[in-house]
Design a protein around this ligand. Structure first.
Ligand SMILES: Nc1ncnc2c1ncn2[C@@H]1O[C@H](COP(=O)(O)OP(=O)(O)OP(=O)(O)O)[C@@H](O)[C@H]1O
Length: 253
């Protein structure tokens, strides 16, 4: 099966610091590939390189077989790479629908027609409702974002990232700020499981319960280097991974 995203020999240096150390990584269609690693291992930098926000010092990135190395960020988004941010891009006083409509409108290149509010443009509303449904927010469609729970705001962010119709979705800590096993985090796990049939997903997450229940494959990053890549069992059993990252932590069953 051809990978949706294929990374080879990716390098990033900040002065003498090798932050991304010749990373190879594939995301297959329908796969959640998680990246775990201690703070400062280089996870966010790697995502930023894939997105084109941080320039690479060496290596290649292919999307669906096509090199995107020369693409800027906007071209990468158009080619099919989507990202949700740790820092929210939601407009708090807008409703769920208004936020998603704005994202869809921006991605579809609709101009602003001041005489027709975007929320009254049927094609935009239809597509937005689909994304709102996909992210489990239909009951909150007309609720201002500021009245949503933290977890629902993260769901809204992902709905907005999906507006660009990505092939690959890069998720930077979608469970951040939610407690282990709270309803928001359980809900997000269910939603991501549903999304993976439609998108390849690269998941950065510190919540190990979530990672172990969702990931098809896990790459462990340590000082910028992938020290182990495999399925959940391989990662759980790897003495190298335990030593480097999991330590003596109780690994979820
Ligand atoms: N612009 C920069 N200039 C210099 N060093 C940087 C820069 N951005 C990141 N770094 C360094 O690169 C390393 C990797 O950082 P990065 O944020 O990618 O790690 P991370 O694994 O995402 O960490 P966390 O889990 O805490 O989010 C760190 O040592 C960080 O200090």
């Amino acid at each position: 099966m051809q990978p949706l995203l294929s990374i080879r020999g990716l390098v990033k240096r900040y002065g003498g610091l090798l932050v991304t150390d010749h990373v190879d990584l594939d995301i297959l269609p329908g796969e959640i590939h998680a990246i775990i690693g201690p703070n400062g291992a280089g996870k966010t930098t790697l995502i930023s390189q894939i997105m084109g926000e941080v320039p690479c010092d060496a290596g290649t990135i292919r999307l669906d077989g096509q090199s995107i190395d020369a693409f800027d960020m906007a071209q990468r988004v158009r080619a099919g790479i989507g990202r949700s941010y740790q820092i929210t891009s939601v407009i708090q006083r807008f409703t769920v629908l208004e936020n998603v409509v704005l994202a869809v409108q921006g991605c579809q290149g609709h101009g602003f027609h001041f005489w027709t509010p975007a929320v009254e443009t049927p094609a935009l509303v239809e597509r937005s409702d689909e994304l709102i449904g996909l992210m489990g927010l239909t009951a909150w469609r007309d609720t201002p974002a500021m009245s949503l729970s933290y977890g629902q705001q993260r769901q809204l962010e992902i709905a907005m990232a999906l507006a660009a119709e990505p092939k690959v979705l890069l998720l930077d800590e979608p469970m951040a700020g939610m407690g282990h096993g709270d309803t928001g985090s359980d809900m997000m796990v269910d939603l991501l499981r549903r999304l993976k049939s439609r998108y390849g997903i690269l998941l950065i997450e510190h919540d190990m319960d979530a990672v172990f229940s969702l990931a098809d494959r896990i790459s462990v990053l340590f000082y910028g280097k992938v020290i182990c890549c495999g399925d959940v069992e391989t990662i759980r059993r790897s003495p190298e991974v335990r030593e480097a990252y999991l330590g003596d932590e109780e690994v979820p069953a």
